[in-house]
Design a protein around this ligand. Structure first.
Ligand code: NAP
Length: 264
């Protein structure tokens, strides 16, 4: 791994607030050289200071090639809980290029008294769960997985996402609102009320930046169709940036013990 006095090169697979926060923390730490990688899904991403790269690697082989070419010492998977393919690729890549890998996975949201959640496993099931009666539905599921709702075109959809979705994926007649979190409960409540929303569809992303819609839905008694997270490979995992920094600190102090620290 790194030379004495050298910097550990850390590839952070991003797209989340945790990835950006870790990037900022490591960019200010002379022991590490972080590089943030984004899929390129957002047209104008908010990029923290420091090195970054944007776009797919080209599968597992491409990622392995990048880890070698960029002399990466440590890999942090801080991708979105629904970016399961990238997580699987990271797990497979470190089997070919054995470097320590840590995943940051924020805790999922849990229902609390007053919530009216309908939990489903897939976006297709979410569209089916809307049922036959015509309803006014807010979709806060990003722009990539809208197609299943085209199979239930009798609902009135409002889609909120960071960038406008492709017309080919959008249910006919849907209204699109572009907005970037974080969102506050009061604004979310006003939005749900002013649009007359009867169902909210969301992925169980967890975290605080987009949790206010759940508070607002609870206050208004609106049922939430909550899509569960996809399965990802079992990896060493932490739930916060602070824990990831502690793991990095431990690896920096004793790089040879890194494999023993897997699973902390
Ligand atoms: P994915 O299905 O896990 O990844 C698909 C491909 O995108 C990967 O195989 C990889 O391409 C590339 N990729 C993903 N993350 C990358 C990263 N950090 N750096 C470089 N390449 C990356 O993930 P997704 O298609 O981005 O999203 C799947 C779900 O996650 C959706 O529900 C989406 O809304 C949600 N999500 C993703 C992000 C994000 O930043 N990616 C943010 C918020 C929500 P190669 O195989 O070519 O390497």
């Amino acid at each position: 791994m790194h030379q004495v006095g050298g910097r550990l090169r850390v590839l952070i697979l991003g797209g989340t607030t945790e990835a950006s926060a870790l990037m900022r923390a490591l960019a200010a730490d002379p022991r590490f050289h972080p590089i943030l990688s984004l899929a390129g899904r957002t047209i104008a991403p908010v990029l923290p200071e420091g090195d970054h790269r944007i776009g797919g690697f080209g599968g597992v082989d491409g990622l392995v090639g990048y880890l070698q070419q960029a002399a990466i010492d440590l890999l942090i998977d801080a991708t979105h809980p629904f970016a399961a393919r990238m997580t699987a690729h990271a797990a497979a890549a470190v089997r070919c290029q054995p470097i320590p890998l840590l995943r940051i996975e924020r805790a999922p949201w849990q229902p609390v008294p007053g919530d009216r959640w309908i939990e489903v496993a897939t976006m297709t099931a979410a569209a089916e769960a809307l049922g036959p009666p015509r309803r006014r539905v807010l979709l806060t599921i990003g722009q990539q997985e809208l197609a299943p709702f085209r199979a239930a075109p009798w609902h009135d959809y409002v889609i909120r996402c960071v960038d406008p979705p492709a017309a080919s994926l959008t249910p006919p007649g849907a209204v699109v609102i572009t907005a970037r979190g974080p969102f506050e409960a009061e604004g979310e409540r006003a939005l749900l009320q002013s649009l007359g929303i009867e169902r909210l569809v969301t992925k169980n992303s967890g975290g605080i930046a987009t949790a206010a819609k759940l508070t607002a839905a609870r206050a208004l008694g609106i049922p939430v169709i909550m899509v569960r997270r996809p399965a990802v490979p079992v990896l060493p995992v932490v739930t916060s940036v602070a824990e990831a920094l502690a793991w990095l600190e431990a690896v920096w102090r004793d790089p040879h013990a890194a494999s023993a620290r897997r699973g902390v």
